[in-house]
Design a protein around this ligand. Structure first.
Ligand SMILES: [Zn+2]
Length: 291
């Protein structure tokens, strides 16, 4: 139906909106403040930002690189990639140089290599300390898969109090979602999965502080992934006792490996009292951290 009503580009954008699994009312919120409520300060900041963008668009017209930008805007890559490119070319990224220009810091040296000025090009590409990122094949292919193939992954591990696995699962989502969106969606999946497996008392661990805080909140949270949090809260009612805990990414390697594993599977896979054999070593390392 979406394809019938909208043009191709709009239909693609609409299909990228993560949907709630439980019927929920739409909520109106202000996207330029952290709590979703309107205030004059954020409105002012938004207007200034818009004005800056307008000025810069004029500049780019004047400098004659319109053709290049036309090509960039028509590239079939996610919008956020184009925006990043645009911000990098306009030096509109929060680099040390940008902070220095606004007199927020006293020097503009890159904090990683400490040898060059931290311009956008340096921060994204030429800094020698970035070589590890570009050389890390697995990391890069993971990003590639998540960002360009329009897929996101969810990984869930349920452990008992000795750290042994009760069940684990991987689920691919055929949408390219933002960090908080996928974390909130994963929380709902984890709770639903745990309750299906028969768990009634649990601690839900996640590495997004914003999502964990949102889950602890009784009121509806006015953020873009608010409906996904409501989904998770719906499934949380099936527990006798449920606590939420924020873990650093390091303490949850197995769940992250399952997330990555999800990208390569057709839909949804479950392992009872087990994990995929490819992930045994990750499981062992996680287990030794447990004690
Ligand atoms: Zn550097």
């Amino acid at each position: 139906m979406v394809e019938g009503l909208f043009n191709e580009e709009e239909a693609e954008i609409i299909k990228e909106i993560p949907l709630s699994r439980v019927a929920a009312e739409d909520t109106l919120y202000w996207p330029y403040s952290s709590n979703g409520l309107y205030n004059c300060k954020s409105r002012y900041k938004y207007l200034k930002m818009e004005e800056d963008m307008m000025d810069r668009t004029h500049e780019s017209v004047n400098t004659g690189d319109t053709q290049v930008w036309k090509q960039i805007w028509s590239m079939s890559v996610p919008q956020k990639v184009k925006t990043l490119l645009w911000r990098a070319c306009r030096e509109a990224m929060p680099t040390k140089h940008a902070l220095f220009r606004r007199k927020i810091t006293e020097e503009d040296l890159c904090v990683r290599c400490r040898v060059a000025t931290d311009y956008s090009l340096h921060a994204l590409w030429s800094c020698s300390e970035l070589d590890v990122v570009w050389a890390e094949q697995e990391l890069w292919s993971f990003r590639g898969e998540v960002q360009f193939e329009k897929k996101s992954g969810i990984g869930v591990v349920i452990r008992d109090n000795r750290g042994l696995v009760i069940a684990s699962c991987s689920k691919v989502v055929h949408q390219m979602l933002g960090c908080s969106d996928i974390e909130a969606m994963a929380a709902a999946w984890a709770l639903n999965f745990a309750s299906d497996v028969g768990v009634r008392r649990a601690v839900l661990e996640g590495d997004s502080m914003a999502v964990i805080t949102g889950l602890r909140e009784d009121e509806k949270v006015l953020v873009p992934y608010g409906l996904l949090l409501e989904d998770a809260k719906f499934f949380s009612q099936q527990f006798d006792e449920l606590l939420y805990s924020h873990t650093k990414r390091k303490g949850n390697n197995l769940a992250h490996s399952l997330t990555r594993y999800a990208i390569g599977i057709p839909d949804f896979l479950v392992w009872m009292e087990d994990v995929p054999s490819q992930l045994y070593s990750v499981f062992q390392t996680d287990l030794s951290d447990f004690y």
